[in-house]
Design a protein around this ligand. Sequence first.
Ligand code: NAD
Length: 484
Amino acid sequence: METLTKKKVNLLINNREVSTDNYFEVYDPGKLDNLVGEVALGSRNDVDQAVNAAHNAFQSWKNVSMQKRIRLVLEAAEVLENAISELKHLLVREHGGVLWEAETDFFLGNGVLHYYASIAENFMKAEQTEDENSWTSIEKVPKGVVAAIVPWNMPIILTMMKLAPALVTGNTIVIKPSPTAPIALSILLKKMASVLPDGVINVIHGNAEAGSALTGHPLVKKVAFTGGTATGRAVAVSAADRFKAVTLELGGNDPAIILDDVNIESIIPKLLKGIYTRSGQICFAVKRIYVPEHMVNSFYDTLCEFVDEYKVGHGLDERASFGPLNNKKQFEFVRDLINQTKQSNAVIRELGQKLDPDNWKNGYYMLPHVVKNVDQSSPIVSCEQFGPIIPVVPYQSVDEVVKMANDSDYGLGSSVWSGDFERALGIARQIDSGSTFINTHSFDSLSLGMPFGGVKNSGLGRELGSDSTLSAYINFHSIRALKH
Ligand code: NAD
């Protein structure tokens, strides 16, 4: 198990640790007086060095045989697997989640590496055809240096969702973790990089300045970004200059549509997994629940009974259902939203139990909240809360609820809950979002082979899935010869 000693994390360029003039501090969001570590702040020059290292490594990595590349990526996956017990507590201490959430982040990351290693060879095969007039080969070639920028909520899987497809297709990568959860990820990446040729994996640190230096670098050929919608827009603009390929996984405001034939008691435990996991800080968390008007009060009361069982505390306290929010900005945003909601006609209940009341003010802790008497126009319904609060909104008819679900700038995930699969499917097909789940809406709902991503302000392109994602990391190169 990782000890509580303070960590020092440097940049990783060409498989060498690089120190810098300035280091920023990372504190435990559940014990704000506890310094987790110090991280090297990368300058524009450091970004340039990292991209150049990746560019140089690309010249040989792209020619490594497919079998060898896959073997090396699987070796890196083994490194990840072996590092889980050492790093999971550290991840909890910097990002605020509970232990099983940190473990899930690593397990899913490992699954993603294995998944892309298993499908890459088939995908990369050239398609050759010949007739009496011509010979044609449609080949797939890697793009070059990939810039991967990730947020703090699930840093391991969100990085592996970019690293795995990038590396198996022959690209090299420069990763910029989030400044509020960079340490466990960086230690992991350094270990993984050590089994690969120098420069295949590089890591820089910083915030907007380092991020924009990376996305705007002329040698970067593909940008894979996960984060907020406003940042995603800046990333797309920066990448547009040289028409870089861009994948954007952005925010969400996922609706869960409850139909009138459900058994409320039996669906609520499943629904809750999608609401309060990671304190609600998941891009495809359930963020608004639509319930037939005549069922709203009984649904709300039952939901409150379940939520009242929650215990909130430090992520390493094994009694905790969920931990603190990750950072001050997010904490203040959700707190202000709660205060704003309290000043409206809404009914808002604060539920659950504080595990360590004496430490409560020493972290970004927040009890779960459940809201009713709100409508589509209420900010608590229309915005991405990204916190432990959920509004329950009434609807009158199926046509109306489909309109309400689609009435959002976002379109990431969504779900329909019903005892009748065909009825749920009919509604699912009318929802304008990247994914719609039936009778599920949580990590359980994901499948590595299923493309994940958003429409509207939730993003561009897909991660996970097979061809839809791998195609984003290659260029098609068509070669044709005429015989006469
Ligand atoms: P954020 O947009 O603030 O930061 C994300 C990353 O971008 C960080 O590493 C940050 O340092 C970097 N960055 C900031 N400015 C930049 C710039 N100008 N150029 C390049 N990089 C820059 O997001 P966050 O607060 O870390 O994460 C929360 C958001 O992420 C939420 O909106 C959430 O919905 C979204 N998210 C989406 C998905 C998805 O798959 N769709 C998954 C997880 C989180």
